[in-house]
Write a protein that binds this ligand. Sequence first.
Ligand SMILES: [Mg+2]
Length: 147
Amino acid sequence: MLAAREFDSRLLHGGKMAAIIVDIDDTLLRNGTQPIRSTIDWINEKAKDYTIIIVTGRPESTRERTVRALRDAGVRYSRLVMNTGSTRESNQFKAVAARRIKTQTRVAVAIDNDEGARNAYRSAGIKTASPTSLGETTLKFNMFWRL
Ligand SMILES: [Mg+2]
């Protein structure tokens, strides 16, 4: 068996961890508060080696209840970036947030259930994965995507 922590992104980046971006609705939680275990387990495992940055189209005004739902679901993360504009502009917001995050840290992958959101991340030069394909993603991750 390999050690649980066979890889540490900090070794490559002067002590700074690379980031993984992850969405909330229909990625980490469904129906607002119900945990999607497969994604949460994947993220919590990666949280050992990566800064987990949640980027959601949910408006800032829902921060308190969103933080509670994430805590109740046991999601490990470092930052919660919420939409300061209209929820209709969610993907535009995500594209802007992605570009800003990229100026601060390397981003290994963005996980989002929405194809439009994934396109927004790809337009910012970030690899993407759907939460339903995390099995394959783990393979690609281990082989090619480590930062
Ligand atoms: Mg979503």
